[in-house]
Design a protein around this ligand. Structure first.
Ligand code: UD1
Length: 375
């Protein structure tokens, strides 16, 4: 069974790594790794291949940056050629980035089966590009592999038949557990001259937070107060760096010397920083899950989340972007009144990739024997 496994942007790599590793155990599977090149530079892409032991992509499309329309369209044009040449039995896509949707659209129109890992997550906020990508990818997919049971409810509400939905658990947690030991060997704390539990870790790149200068300023005002209590380590995403360079916010930040900028970090260094952080502030999706898996307190700088299970059964709290609220919630944790919950939601057990591969292989044998899949 030839499966074209698609990655494109940073959050895809840690989802695909454990699945590929699992697939390699079965000679009846022939996974082909395709990287669209949506993320292309060393710090956003190459370092993850090294840290996660991902094989060199079999196919690289070299798409690069651009508007959503440009990026999506370029991926579609190139991916179409690849499908014609490779004729895979199915494609496997992960997450909610532009590459996920672009490749799914092309595969669906070519009559090639699509398996979507991390299906069914919904923020309910259609102004997020990722929400559009999620809804459309799920509508096109044949196998919807969900990380938590709330995702099933979301999919059923959208009219997706139950037989297509499979509860497999969270593949990001597989990756985290597989690399946690190795991450403890990272020297990042020493490099940054930090002690465990004596800093706050921050990531910020959502367009709604960094492209909108008033939201960005509101968050920065809070950070300037919080950094008086503990240093804030801020690996800066290229989008955020660009927005800062274009705005006058740089002057605001210059007044807050305990906000410490770094380049985007590799997987192992960042995992080490998360494990040792006193508090994580983020607008990322994946980091909400990773902090829950690590039982590290997380405040999410958004008004909604597609991962509510990290609030119900994890360490996540939604705080939005209002200055005062961010300060209050942060200080409450830093002043020690927060109790981290125990881990983890159902099937966040490091075995999601085993379940995924087992389902893919079963589908294959059903189809070979001409039995109606999942009937
Ligand atoms: C994308 C994903 C988002 C994910 C994020 C993680 C979509 C819609 N969004 O957003 O879900 O959380 O990746 O990083 O797919 N850039 C570089 N080097 C790179 C990649 C990007 O400098 O290797 C620059 C681009 O040129 C652009 C900016 O960063 O100026 C944004 O990149 P882009 O891929 O458009 O979207 P992200 O904001 O990274």
């Amino acid at each position: 069974m030839k499966i074209l496994c698609v990655v494109g942007a940073r959050p895809n790599f840690m989802k695909m790594a454990p699945i590929l590793k699992e697939m390699k155990k079965y000679p009846d599977l022939n996974p082909i790794l395709l990287h669209t090149g949506q993320h292309y530079d060393d710090v956003m892409s190459r370092v993850f291949f090294v840290d996660l032991g991902l094989p060199r992509p079999d196919i690289y499309l070299g798409i690069g940056g651009g508007s959503h329309a440009e990026q999506t369209a370029r991926i579609m044009l190139e991916f179409d050629k690849i499908l014609l040449a490779e004729k895979p039995d199915s494609i496997l896509v992960v997450g909610d980035v532009n590459s996920t949707l672009a490749c799914s659209l092309v595969a669906a129109k070519s009559g090639i089966k699509i398996a979507h890992v991390e299906a069914g997550l919904r923020s309910g906020d259609r102004t997020m590009p990722e929400e559009i990508n999620r809804i459309l990818t799920d509508a096109l997919s044949d196998l919807l592999l969900i990380p938590s049971l709330d995702a099933r409810e979301n999919l059923l509400k959208e009219g997706i038949p139950d037989y297509k939905i499979h509860f497999v658990g969270n593949v990001m947690v597989d990756c985290l557990r597989q690399h946690q030991q190795k991450a403890t060997e990272s020297t990042i704390l020493k490099t940054l001259d930090l002690e465990s539990k004596s800093y706050v870790l921050l990531t910020l790149h959502r367009p709604s937070n960094v492209d909108d200068i008033s939201s960005f300023k509101s968050i920065l005002d809070a950070l300037c107060i919080i950094q008086k209590k503990l240093p804030i380590i801020f690996p800066v995403h290229p989008r955020t760096r660009q927005k800062l360079a274009e705005s006058s916010l740089q002057n605001d930040i210059a007044r807050c010397p305990n906000i410490r900028f770094t380049s985007p970090l590799g997987y192992l260094d960042f995992l080490n920083l998360m494990m040792n952080a006193r508090l994580v502030l983020t607008d990322s999706g994946g980091i909400q899950e990773e902090t829950t898996a690590l039982s590290v307190p997380c405040l999410t700088l958004r008004n909604n989340t597609e991962r509510p299970i990290t609030i119900w059964e994890g360490t996540n709290v939604l705080v939005g972007t209002e200055t005062q609220k961010i300060i209050e919630e942060s200080l409450q944790i830093l002043n020690n009144s927060h109790h981290a919950s125990s881990c983890c939601p159902q099937f966040w057990d490091g075995l999601a990739s085993e379940r995924i591969v087992s389902i893919l292989r079963k589908q294959e044998s059903f189809e070979k024997n001409n039995i109606l899949v999942n009937a």
